[in-house]
Structures are given as C-alpha cells and as structure tokens.
Design a protein around this ligand. Sequence first.
Ligand code: FCB
Length: 464
Amino acid sequence: MTQLLDKPSLTTAFQRHLFGKKFVWGTATASYQIEGAFATDGRSPSIWDTFSKTPGKVQNGDTGDIACDHYHRYENDFDLMQQMGFNAYRFSISWSRVMPNGRGEINAAGMAFYDRIVDALLERGIEPYVTLYHWDLPQILEDTGGWLNRDTAFAFAEYTNAVTQVLGDRLKNWTTLNEPWCSAFLGYGVGVHAPGQSDFAASLQATHHLLLAHGLTMPIIRNNVADAKAGIVLNPAPVYPASNSSADIAAAHRADGFQNRWYFDPVFGKGYPTDTLASYGAYAPKVEVGDLEIIAAPLDFIGINYYTRTVVKDAVVEAIPAPHTLLGYEYVDLPNVPRTFFNWEVYPQGLTDFLERLQYDYKPKSIFISENGATYQDHLEADGSIHDTERTLYFQQHLAASLEAVQNGVKLDGYFAWSFLDNFEWAEGYEKRFGITYVDFVTQKRTPKQSARWFQDFLLSGEV
Ligand code: FCB
C-alpha cells in the first residue's frame, strides 16, 4: 500500500485495535443525496425534489435528479467501500421510492432496489445500517400538511411496517429519523431546507410529530425484525459560553435547551425540558396525552452526528418567535479558529465533551457516531489525485477525540465517516464536497481521496 501520510502532522498515535475488536467502522450517505434516478421505477417526488426545483432555494439550481447515480452504480461503489476496509455502511431509504403514495401500496420495483442493496452489502461483508427518514418526505404527504399534520407520524409507521417486513430478515440495524432538528427547524422554522416554511411555532409542532413518528415505529421495528437493533440519530451542537461569566454560562444552558435537550430529553424519557418549554410559552407544541410515553420507547442505541460546536453569549429576552430571542442568547463567531469550507469551527474537543455528557446524563445502552466529516475545497492534481490533507486531519482529530471518550468509559460502538461520496449537499448543492471519494459529476468517475487512502491504511493495517 502506498504511504499516504504526506505531512508529519498527520501521523497519529492511535490505531484501530485501541477501539476494540467489535468496533464498527463505516461511512454514511443518504438517499436523496446520492441515488439520482429521481423518476425511475415508479419513484414519486419528495419535498426535496420540489424544493430543489424551486428557483433560488439551492445553490446553482442544483437538484438530486442524477446526483451520484448510485441507483445504477451501487455495485461498483460497494466494491470500492470494501477495498477501503469498512465493515459497515449507513444509508437511507427513499420513502417515495418504496411507497410513492406516502401510505398504502408498496412499489415493488422501488423496494427491490433496497433488497439488492442489502444483498450486495452482505455479499461483501459490509453490515447495513439503515435510516428510514433522512429528510425526503413524499411530496404527496407534504400536500396534506407534512410534519405539521399529526397523521404523517402514522403514515411513517405504515411505511416502516412495510419496509421492515421485506428487509428485516437480513437488515438488523434500524434508525428511525436522521436529525429531526434539521427537518423541523431548518425545514419549517427558517425555511432553508425543504419544505421551506418559516414559522418557529410550526417547527416545534413538526418536531413533536417527528418524535412521535420515531416513538410509534420503534415497536414496529422490534415486532417485524428478529434481533433488531433500533435507535434514532440526533445532531448535538454542544453549546459553550463565550466567557466564564455566570450570565453567559446560563445563556449556554438555555441555548442547549433549544439545540440539544429538546430532542435528547424526550427520547430518553425525560419529556421536553421544562425551562425551555416555559420560555417557548405560547409557541410550545400541542402534545396529546400519552405522546411522551410513546416517544420514550427504549432505544438500543443512539446515533450522534457531530460536526462542530456552538458558542453563545447572554442577550436580552425578546418576545419574538425565534429560539435565540425567546431564550435570550446570541451566537458568537470566534475569530482565529480553524474552520471548514462551510465556515464551521473545527472543534474535536466538543465531540469528547458531548459523548461524555451523553453517557452520564442519558445512560444510553450503546452510542454510534453516525456522521462526522468536513467539507474543504478539493483540488485535483494533474495526475487526478486529491490530497485532502485538511479533511484527513479532521478525521484523525475526531477519531482521537472519540478514543479519548472511549477511554473515559463512554460506550461508543462505532464510527461512520460522512461521507462515502461527494454528493448533493442540500441547500449548498454540489459545491460543498464532504466525500472521502471524489465524484466527477459529469462523468460519474469516482476517485478515492487521500482521506479514503488514510482510512484504508488505518483499517487494514490495524485489523484485529
Ligand atoms: C448532516 C446531514 C447530512 C449531511 C451533513 C453534512 O446534517 O445529516 O445529510 O448533509 O450534515
């Protein structure tokens, strides 16, 4: 194997075996971001098809119509993944592909695609981890209110019932939702994601229906899948105070209510945080009797997607419907800190801190880092190679941060790098590349970047 570490600073003192024999090593993707084939084999439009085709919503007017054409290229993609040494893969199912009407009839041709995917992974010794909902609600359900309509949670249960019955004999690792904070807040609160609504109260109601959907489907997964492992993926943004003043520390706690506790507390059976609920006042969601018990369905694991942290300072509370105004904080952009092309601060310590807090505050049975990664501007060398040194370093720093947490007693069982391929980065289109594999979106050629080579080296040379 070629020597890939072209900078002394990239040398790391940690090796695969330190994470333990059973540690799961994977990469992650999501259906709308990679599949393409948007109108093939009976797939109906999702809210992301509609949103990306609405002028001005996505950079350069990009859409997921073709994306990485993974729908037709999955065999080659999985060969590559196998060569890199990964033993797991996290992907999501497109609801519109398997149930184009949102509920009721299964579309056999669409379902067959996921059947092939699962077999193709297992044939290569790669364990499938599936996400049932990674933001691509069938448009037909949005037309009847989307996540603002309580009924959508029950449609999700029907969809889950159908998919688990078909794939559950081979697919054991099930995640209900990916990052409900994004679906609810970015989609219904500030309108930068599909379906593009901007109403804070609506976003809180959407959260509640998403969490209800999660809770309703946990027992369905367990019923239909023998030996299932079922959980949810949340996206914590650990919040730090801009100073040591007690006012800023209190502001950070309030911001944590919006960003983290609003999701972690109910799924771990604590209900919505009372301080945050009180500050939201009239904007709080309508919760029916029994909902919180449904949402508290026991989890086999929790997945966390970690990219960066948040820094805030105290601010005056204002009766304006937005989290920072109602909760009294302001975001602070620290100067002179390393940042990715997304302008997100690189802060590996936040991962260690949050993992430890998760372990001690919520006591999950098992934790996965279900996404972690970075976008940088990739530069193609004359020989076609990509030396994504900053991204490689980002992975190494975050793996070191994860290992520290493991050594401090956190039950971390796996790590999934985001992402296997450069792909459709939502409102940012194709401009923000997160892949360890470079994709030429004209020719669909795949080229593993230095970061992929580094993983290959790390995973294969350190095999236990
Ligand atoms: C996460 C999403 C994932 C990808 C990364 C960069 O919030 O789950 O689809 O867009 O961010």
